[in-house]
Design a binder for this molecule. Structure first.
Ligand SMILES: C[S@@+](CC[C@H](N)C(=O)[O-])C[C@H]1O[C@@H](n2cnc3c(N)ncnc32)[C@H](O)[C@@H]1O
Length: 284
């Protein structure tokens, strides 16, 4: 791969600085998932992550498999047909909209991410079913009103109908000083009863050594902040947690679907240092 690309912003046709000399979360995750949209700085940082979390690649796959199972579950069992996916990541097959639209072709998905490379690839690769819709916003999660007030969000999703808000492996990237709980609350306030909140979040509860990734990222311009089970649980305050509650991703209804690559259901909890959960907004 050319290591010095110049990307044009799809709308403004202005060059986008991809900062390939600095590691980026989306590209590190892409590397861990076996993708090709990553650069030397990302791979170097990924090796540090693997040194702290030897099961990092397996954990990334279990996280993706969880996302797939949850999306199918929400469409099939709860009739949710709208998704707001913040912190989308570089497209990786199958993408969230493909999973949702494979169950219900009318499903509508808005993706939001602050990494320009994610958006560039998303526009190229995320093609919706004929009946559904897939749209993208370049937005920062720390500005939930920017997402909710955007034309893309308002034109794509019906605010009267339930929306699943998916924040998977996102919240631990937000600055420590930022009120992540307030951000989640703001998004939930904007969606009706029957909507869902889906979170996966890095933790050192299972293995203290995972805390090393907080140090590893200190010099990169991105901070990582792991949370305990209780702290992740607070994001679901006021919601009804879908059984089995807050668990490691491979423990969340592994029996729900056909076994996928990376979803053995037999992997030990300590192996995947992630808390995963789904909550439903009551009152529907
Ligand atoms: C590890 S990837 C997760 C991808 C996908 N959600 C999943 O679970 O498979 C984290 C994503 O969050 C995005 N991200 C990090 N901080 C963000 C922020 N402040 N606003 C929006 N996106 C952010 C990164 O660009 C990256 O694409």
């Amino acid at each position: 791969m050319d290591e010095t690309p110049v990307w044009m912003h799809a709308e403004a046709q202005t060059p986008v600085d991809l900062q390939v000399d600095r590691p980026h979360g989306a590209r590190i995750y892409d590397f861990l998932l076996g993708g090709k949209t990553n650069y030397a700085a990302d791979r170097e940082q990924a090796e540090k992550v693997i040194a702290s979390i030897p099961s990092a690649a397996e954990s990334a796959r279990e996280n993706r498999a969880f996302v797939h199972r949850v999306v199918r579950h929400l469409v099939r069992e709860h009739g949710i047909r709208q998704f707001l996916d913040v912190g989308t990541g570089i497209p990786t097959s199958p993408n969230l909209h493909e999973v949702a639209q494979s169950v219900d072709p009318t499903a509508r998905v808005v993706y939001a991410d602050n990494d320009p490379i994610v958006l560039t690839h998303s526009r190229a690769l995320h093609i919706s079913s004929a009946e559904g819709a897939t749209a993208y916003i370049e937005a920062d999660a720390t500005d939930p009103d920017g997402i909710l007030d955007s034309r893309v969000f308002r034109d794509t999703l019906d605010p009267e109908q339930p929306v699943a808000i998916t924040l998977c492996l996102l919240l631990h990237w937000l600055p420590e000083t930022y009120d992540a709980y307030g951000m989640v609350r703001r998004l939930l306030d904007a969606v009706p009863a029957g909507s869902a909140l889906v979170i996966t979040h890095a933790t050192k509860d299972f293995d203290e050594r995972v805390g090393k990734i907080e140090e590893d990222f200190e010099d990169t311009g991105s901070s990582v902040r792991t949370r305990t089970k209780a702290q992740v649980g607070r994001f679901f305050d006021g919601l009804d947690l879908v059984p089995p509650g807050l668990v490691a991703p491979q423990r969340w209804r592994p029996e729900d679907v056909e076994i996928e690559a990376g979803n053995s259901g037999a992997v030990g909890d300590g192996h995947v240092p992630i808390w995963s959960g789904v909550g439903l907004k009551p009152g529907a």
